[in-house]
Design a protein around this ligand. Structure first.
Ligand code: ATP
Length: 230
């Protein structure tokens, strides 16, 4: 079966400064793939290339059989890429439900389903986004991406900077998404223990190159030491 998302030999630059030198990455339908690597190795840059936020790139990027490199970012989103960006951007001066409603596109995900996944958002539906905690803002950012009814959910730094108890809630929700909705998910995070529990496979980046790709249970402690420093 061909992959839903398929990157081959991707290179990318910020102006004259090259950041990616050859990234291969595949996400199949219903699969949860962890994109891993130490700081500055190119994870966010890879996501920017996928979402067409960084256009100075080469190589093949296909999504649902379409060449993404010919499309502007809003068209790529319309094909079904749901991005939860680093820094969990929401409209701070809108309420929780307004944030969700503004993102809505037709499909199975609606306000009720998002509130079911994140009951705290339902309890705070009329509250301004700026008054939410960091963890609640991340839930809202995930909720906004789900409201677009994506085929692939992309989470950059899913739990970075959050309190341990909130991290658990986010991981539980990602686990639920995987098991009950069959959504394809690409996640960047450093919490290896959680990724090992819920991811199917991993891709490791080192200095802008994919250097290892395989089933998450094949990620031995030697490999983790070598590439992730843990
Ligand atoms: P982190 O885990 O720290 O977020 P990362 O793996 O996501 O790291 P990237 O943010 O993709 O790494 O960075 C890859 C390389 O590109 C780094 O060398 C970084 O300094 C460089 N880079 C990132 N953003 C820019 C930018 N806006 N302009 C120039 N260089 C950049």
């Amino acid at each position: 079966m061909s992959a839903l998302l398929d990157l081959r030999g991707v290179e990318a630059s910020y102006g004259a400064s090259q950041a990616l030198f050859g990234v291969d990455l595949q996400v199949r339908e219903g699969e949860l793939v962890a994109l891993m690597g130490r700081n500055g190795m190119g994870k966010t840059t890879t996501i920017k290339v996928i979402c067409r936020l960084l256009k100075n790139s080469a190589g093949d990027v296909a999504f649902a059989g379409q060449d993404l490199r010919s499309l502007p970012s809003h068209k790529a989103a319309q094909l079904g890429l749901g991005l939860v960006p680093e820094g969990r951007r929401c409209f701070t001066n809108l309420s929780v439900w307004e944030n969700l409603y503004a993102a809505a596109r037709p499909g199975a995900w609606d306000l009720a389903k998002v509130y079911e996944l994140f009951p705290r958002l339902g309890e705070r539906a009329d509250q301004m986004a700026k008054s939410l905690s960091g963890g609640e803002q991340q839930m809202l950012a995930i909720g906004r991406a789900l409201m677009t009814n994506p085929r692939l959910l992309i989470l950059d730094e899913a739990t970075e900077g959050l309190a341990p108890v909130v991290r658990q809630e986010i991981w539980a929700a990602i686990g639920t998404l995987k098991s009950t909705s069959g959504l394809s998910i690409l996640v960047v995070d450093k919490t290896i223990s959680e990724l090992r529990r819920i991811a199917d496979s991993a891709v490791i980046l080192e200095r802008g190159r994919s250097v290892w790709q395989g089933r998450i249970d094949a990620l031995t402690s030697d490999l983790r030491n070598k590439y992730l420093g843990v």
